[in-house]
Design a protein around this ligand. Sequence first.
Ligand SMILES: NC(=O)c1ccc[n+]([C@@H]2O[C@H](COP(=O)([O-])OP(=O)(O)OC[C@H]3O[C@@H](n4cnc5c(N)ncnc54)[C@H](OP(=O)(O)O)[C@@H]3O)[C@@H](O)[C@H]2O)c1
Length: 334
Amino acid sequence: MLDVAVVGATGAVGETIVRVLEERALPVASLGPFASRARTGAVRFRGTALDVRSTSAEALGGYDVVFFASGEDSCERYAGALLERGTVVIDNSAAFRLRDGVPLIVPGINGDAVRSGDRLFPVANCTAIVLCTALAPIARTAGLRAVRVASYQAASGAGRAAIAELDAAERALLDGAPEPPPQIFPASLARNVIPAIGALDASGYTGEERKVRAETRKLLGIADLFVSATAVRVPVRTAHSEAVFFETERPVCVEALAAALESDPEIVYYRDGFVTPRDVEGTDRVHVARLRAEADEPTDRFALWCVGDQLRTGAATTAVRILELLLQRGLLAR
Ligand SMILES: NC(=O)c1ccc[n+]([C@@H]2O[C@H](COP(=O)([O-])OP(=O)(O)OC[C@H]3O[C@@H](n4cnc5c(N)ncnc54)[C@H](OP(=O)(O)O)[C@@H]3O)[C@@H](O)[C@H]2O)c1
């Protein structure tokens, strides 16, 4: 049995990690919820209200596994000492994802890449996880040369306060009251879409778009894959959607790719119709629809639509599945 800490347990991802640990019945002896400040009885686990503690190196010292769902600063601050003690660190921030020698593991895509002795596991970017889950069976079937993607990203991707901001703005518009100025988003998200997630660099791409490019290459293990992303925030509560245009290495027919998607246990494939973010909220698989060829078949050019709950598939469930993988492989002393 394991002693497990969740740093950021009062946030959107952290509270989902706690829920998924319970749902999937991980062998947790004790759960320690942490945040930036203490609260009494603020997190429920297995029917018990647990006190949330303020995060410190000493307080995290006694745990076998520490999940971070609290941003880059806190994981960077505490990870070194935890790793030295042999603690497994599973981090939802971008701090370590692209470090040389640090594996970027999504169990449904590249679980085989875990090596004995690995202790630090960044969880990949949520948009990249949804994208790569949809593309992995395609890459295995026909190779992959280029990916262009426009993402339609949910408000909760920016955390709990972002949902509150969207709610308040929508309420004000409905009531005809003055709209509170946006604090989290760079413009009001109510009745709007915002084509900027993260800071723009000199090349014209945003931070989120650069993460999607670099992490897609690392996750799929194709270092020279062409990836161009446009990341857009939309006033959806939960689940990211993506319109994906891709080129395979070898010309194939839609049916070959459809069969690969259909037989992949990580994917719900829709031969007909479409799927929306509200349809997939609370689910753990990536939903793929509208696969089509852009030219006469066989061809190397295709398009598809994919949707995934970014709090679960894109963060919490993937984080918990990394722990499950270590347990299944006997890579964690218990
Ligand atoms: N939201 C998503 O869809 C998503 C998806 C993938 C990855 N992520 C990543 O997951 C992490 C958490 O995101 P979120 O959306 O869950 O954010 P959130 O809803 O804003 O929650 C942040 C959590 O971190 C805690 N926290 C903040 N600063 C801290 C500190 N210095 N020490 C300890 N705890 C601290 C907060 O505690 P207080 O309540 O006490 O402030 C809160 O519990 C971020 O790295 C984010 O990039 C998010």
